[in-house]
Design a protein around this ligand. Structure first.
Ligand SMILES: CC(C)(COP(=O)(O)OP(=O)(O)OC[C@H]1O[C@@H](n2cnc3c(N)ncnc32)[C@H](O)[C@@H]1OP(=O)(O)O)[C@@H](O)C(=O)NCCC(=O)NCCS
Length: 197
């Protein structure tokens, strides 16, 4: 019994330490724009092959102010990212899809590749990244934001719905290889025209 009690006490101590550690790390959370010169190495673990392939095009779009990447940093490590596209640029390799096109034209913005490092999910980092992307878009006059997420990605769907996004419809665009994708949207400004940041 004494040994079991000891184990339980150890486990409780470890979980207290873990919570304290996570709190400390979260207090060091910084959401900022990607520094293209300095951050690429640190960003790499959060990229897949397609992201890596499209990086030079994304860099060019960002230089031209047609796209923006925000990252979440904790203690010098990049632990999350989000990309916002303001104008449809052919070099990004988009396949034809009415929603992707619509959200990158006429004062709209398209959110892509929101991702948080898997062991740090559920701690608010995704919300902070999304808020930063929306805030940046609103400050440049974006009135409508849109995104796709996999119909089966229930966690992400719950997340977007809680953040005030509305499901417009479900589609199977050519790039999803037949997978149904949810199209979500949210306004950039409130109906009164004030900033919704
Ligand atoms: C979706 C995602 C960006 C949310 O980031 P996050 O930092 O975990 O989000 P927050 O902590 O601000 O909000 C937590 C909510 O995210 C959702 N969520 C999705 N996946 C999650 C996970 N693995 N762990 C915890 N929460 C998750 C839940 O709805 C959760 O809300 P709940 O705690 O009420 O259930 C993140 O989970 C992620 O990177 N998922 C994998 C990539 C992905 O699916 N991106 C969306 C593509 S459109």
């Amino acid at each position: 019994m004494a040994a079991a009690g000891g184990l339980l006490a150890d486990a409780a101590f470890e979980s207290v330490v873990e919570v304290a550690d996570v709190r400390k790390r979260m207090s060091e959370l910084e959401i900022r724009k990607l520094n293209w010169a300095a951050d690429l190495h640190a960003l790499d673990p959060l990229l897949d092959d397609r992201d890596r392939q499209r990086l030079p095009a994304l860099w060019q779009c960002a230089q031209d102010d047609d796209a923006q990447v925000h990252v979440a940093e904790i203690d010098g490590r990049i632990v999350g990212r989000i990309t916002t596209h303001y104008r449809l640029r052919s070099e990004m390799g988009w396949l034809p899809d009415a929603d992707t096109e619509r959200f990158q034209s006429e004062g709209n913005a398209y959110i892509e590749t929101l991702m948080v490092q898997d062991d740090l999910r559920g701690k608010g980092i995704g919300k902070h990244l999304l808020d930063a992307a929306i805030s940046s878009g609103v400050s440049r006059g974006i009135t409508l934001f849109g995104l796709h997420t996999d119909e089966g990605n229930s966690g992400a769907r719950r997340f977007y719905e809680r953040e005030g996004w509305t499901l417009l419809h479900i589609v199977s665009p050519v790039w999803s290889n037949g997978s149904p994708m949810c199209v979500y949207a949210r306004a950039g400004k409130s109906e009164k025209g004030s900033r919704d940041e």
